[in-house]
Design a binder for this molecule. Structure first.
Ligand code: MV4
Length: 505
């Protein structure tokens, strides 16, 4: 087993990786920016190195600073987490060139899968179904038009260097294809420094299915079943689950086998994910992500596998400890991403200091967070504060458990998307599993600020506490604000009106 690891990340994923490493007896080294001096990932690591100012470009994205920290601390491995440098082939190469172990696939695999047209070619060659479209970047607007008339409208133009929905352009009329191609190429050059654009047939209401993969470099490649991530907003996932409620055993086997073929085609080592679009009984390869994903805990819940442990084992030269047939699929898991965004205010990024934190617990509940009381939430980094994950024997009970857990969650001091999540887990289409990537745009009513929105809750709570203090002439007990609903409120009946002396505070 590797002796030490530098975790080149921050927030909840840095903490998740540090926890996994510590369980294996691996010495952990955190890196941090000026903005993260007191962050949980810094506190939990054996050692922490300040690598620069708050701006990510001068700290978490600075390859030289990260490698320098690895050198001065004697780290033997580097775990990139997700985001930041995780899918930068030049970083994986630099880590290897410095004589360190990169906990992830080879630089060549990362490079090949980062080029979305090369990925399509490699997958098609390996017999993995891809969305009908071009196998290489388009040369001109008129070529784009020709391809569009062959594959049929609507089509989508995508940046070859993009991914994750960045720079996508849907075109519904043949006479608009050429102009859209020019605009997409310009945008791609500005965003990625590479203007290559390709075309695919556009699927209108697909579901997003992704398969968790693992390879070990000894010829063993397994999948750990699928996740469904159909509840997204502007390509940001909000809720993920495992397994998908729409696949039968036969389709599950087929999509798993296709993902394994995909991984074998690129000699995949470590944890990876193949994304598919599923529509009308057919699935198509979309992208391959060469990292551990945000939503990996739902897979851990239903398989019982610790994916970070497997990453460290494989990076240490061990084989995958299970055969395909031994990987369980048990029950159902759901993950809600808790972000510092105001859902009823156009998802405006929210800032503030975390003043109070109540973390849900109990059977089948997991919290992967990266904040503590006193954490200052700014605008320098991704708004993900933490993830709430629940498991139960079936989907319905996992959702019931999520409802209960969301009710226990309080993050005071910064607005979060939790109030929207509380609505989704009660919405009939979500409960029935009627999901698609268009779910949120098809449910605008979820975004109506209603009587139970955050500011009403806060106002009612404040009024109730003031009244309590006035009547009782004792300090008011703390109260989980997630439990307060305007519509439930009755003077004198809520639990926080019980006398403090009874121990109900
Ligand atoms: C598509 C598509 C429909 N047809 N490609 C968005 C994220 C990026 N990974 C690819 N995306 C899509 N590609 C074709 N040919 C629809 C989407 C898409 C989507 C995909 C997954 C999850 C949510 C989505 C939301 C809107 C669009």
């Amino acid at each position: 087993m590797i002796e030490s690891v530098l975790v080149a990340n921050r927030g909840e994923i840095a903490l998740r990786v540090i926890r996994g490493a510590r369980e294996l007896g691996i010495r952990t080294i955190a890196v941090f920016s000026d903005a993260d001096r007191d962050s949980p990932h810094v506190v939990h690591a054996d050692k922490a190195v300040l690598i620069g100012p708050a701006a990510a470009s001068r700290s978490y994205l600075d390859i030289d600073k990260v490698l320098e920290a690895a050198r001065t601390t004697g780290a033997v491995a580097v775990h990139p987490g997700y985001g930041f440098l995780a899918e930068r082939a030049d970083f994986a190469r630099a880590v290897a060139d410095a004589g360190l172990v990169f906990v992830g696939p080879t630089a060549e695999t990362i490079r090949a899968m980062g080029d979305k047209t090369e990925a399509r070619r490699r997958m098609a060659d390996a017999g993995v179904p891809v969305v009908p479209g071009t196998a290489s970047p388009l040369g001109s607007g008129s070529e784009a038009r020709e391809v569009a008339s062959e594959v049929g409208l609507p089509v989508v133009l995508k940046a070859a260097a993009g991914g994750g929905g960045k720079g996508m352009r849907v075109v519904r009329r043949l006479d608009e294809v050429a102009a859209a191609f020019d605009a997409a190429a310009r945008e791609a050059r500005a965003a990625f420094g590479d203007g290559s654009v390709y075309v695919e047939r556009f699927l209108e209401r697909p579901r997003h299915i992704e398969v968790q993969l693992f390879g070990d470099g000894f010829g063993n490649v397994v999948h750990l079943h699928e996740r469904e991530c159909s509840i997204q907003r502007r390509h940001q996932k909000l809720i993920e689950e495992a397994p998908s409620s729409l696949l039968g055993p036969e389709e599950r086997r087929a999509v798993g086998e296709a993902a394994v073929r995909a991984a074998r085609a690129v000699d995949y080592i470590g944890a990876g994910t193949v994304e598919f679009l599923y529509q009308d009984g057919e699935f198509f390869f979309l992208e391959m992500n060469t990292r551990l994903q945000v939503e990996h805990p739902v897979t851990e819940f239903v398989t019982g596998v610790d994916l970070v442990e497997w990453q460290f084992r494989v990076a240490s030269g061990e084989a995958i400890p299970m055969r395909q047939s031994e990987i369980p699929l048990r029950g159902h898991a759901i993950e809600c991403r808790i972000t510092s965004e105001s859902p009823f205010d156009g998802f405006l990024p929210a800032t503030g200091t975390v003043r109070h934190l109540a973390i849900p617990g109990g059977p089948g509940v997991r919290w992967d967070g990266g904040i503590g009381v006193g954490s200052e939430i700014g605008l320098h980094y991704d708004p993900l504060l933490g993830k709430l994950i629940t498991w139960a024997p079936d989907r319905e009970s996992a959702i019931r458990r999520m409802k209960r857990a969301l009710g226990e969650l309080t993050i005071a001091g910064v607005s979060t998307c939790a109030p929207l999540l509380r609505r989704i887990v009660e919405e009939p289409d979500f409960l029935a599993g009627r999901l698609s990537t268009a779910y949120l745009t098809e449910h605008p009513e979820l975004f109506d600020a209603g009587l139970d929105d955050a500011s009403h809750t806060a106002a009612v709570a404040a009024a109730a506490l003031l009244e309590h203090e006035r009547r009782a002439a004792v300090p008011a007990p703390r109260m989980p604000h997630g439990a307060v609903r305007f519509s439930d409120w009755r003077a004198g009946t809520a639990p926080w009106f019980a006398p403090v002396a009874d121990g109900n505070g």
